[in-house]
Design a protein around this ligand. Structure first.
Ligand SMILES: Nc1ncnc2c1ncn2[C@@H]1O[C@H](COP(=O)(O)OP(=O)(O)OP(=O)(O)O)[C@@H](O)[C@H]1O
Length: 248
């Protein structure tokens, strides 16, 4: 379980990214996070894997206050919380399977990744993850020969191979055409249903968020202005989420 208790994040330049966030996320939820550009969606999910440190409050994951984690404990924690980015974050000139396996040995040098010093177990794990996102047949292709949608699936497989409990995705389909975006969202849905991983997705397209999520968190100016089921999203709620704050 992830628990935000009075969490705020003020950036060093004084910008308030998050203000007094209080909520709980249960294991296995599928949550879409919506809001205008600059509302704080990325800041919100990045606090969960400590890419952003919070400045006030407590963020407790499975009973541990994560702000206090350091060194090895922080690295171990981060492996439980996988992150998928809009820009895929893959190495283009190596094979798909090497990209996936490199997540299993994060401290391996690039040279060793290139020359393939991986165990049989790593290879099996990587192939299983690629199979989960229907990319098994592309395992030995060079990554830069794949389309954007295929690269995003590899990126998902790469994160899945670490067997995380939580998947955070920051605009994973923003760069994709509508058909491919649906395919990638279908992967997230299947993984959530079959493996029970908690999924939190920042998403610009409200229709996609409503189609795939069970719960919607609406953020405006760093504050939660809606937190509830998809069924509760009315035009009034959308107007509230997508209106400018009086202070702006
Ligand atoms: N490193 C930073 N330093 C200072 N301010 C930042 C930093 N990162 C984000 N911000 C500010 O924090 C606020 C929230 O940004 P955030 O990136 O979380 O929004 P977002 O909802 O994800 O936007 P988008 O949809 O455009 O990605 C914005 O005002 C942004 O300018």
């Amino acid at each position: 379980m992830i628990k935000f208790e009075h969490v705020s994040k003020t950036y060093p330049n004084g910008v308030k990214g998050l203000q007094d966030i209080n909520l709980e996320i249960q294991d296995g939820e599928f949550i879409g996070i919506i809001g205008m550009s600059g509302a704080g969606k990325s800041t919100f999910i990045r606090t969960i894997n400590r890419l952003n440190d919070i400045t006030e409050g407590q963020l407790v994951v499975d009973g541990i206050e994560i702000s206090s984690l350091k060194g090895k404990a922080l690295r171990r924690y981060r492996r439980k919380v996988g992150m998928i980015f809009q820009s895929y974050n893959l190495v283009p000139r190596i094979s798909v399977i090497k990209n996936v396996m490199s997540s299993l040995v994060p401290d391996m040098s690039f040279g060793r990744v290139l020359f393939g010093a991986f165990s049989k177990e790593d290879k099996i794990k990587a192939l299983e993850s690629l199979d989960r996102v229907s990319m098994l047949d592309k395992a030995f292709i060079r990554t830069d020969q794949l389309s954007g949608g295929q690269q995003q699936r590899v990126s998902l497989a790469r994160t899945l191979a670490q067997n995380p409990k939580v998947l955070l995705a920051d605009e994973p389909v923003a760069a994709l055409d509508p058909v491919t975006a649906h395919e990638v969202m279908d992967d997230f849905k299947r993984i959530n249903e079959e493996l029970g991983q908690t999924v939190l997705i920042n998403i610009h397209h409200v229709d996609l968020a409503l189609e795939y999520s069970k719960r919607i968190i609406g953020i405006r100016s760093g504050k939660i202005v809606y937190d509830g089921p998809v069924a509760g999203i009315t035009q009034d709620v959308l107007d509230l989420i997508y209106s400018k704050d009086e202070a702006e």
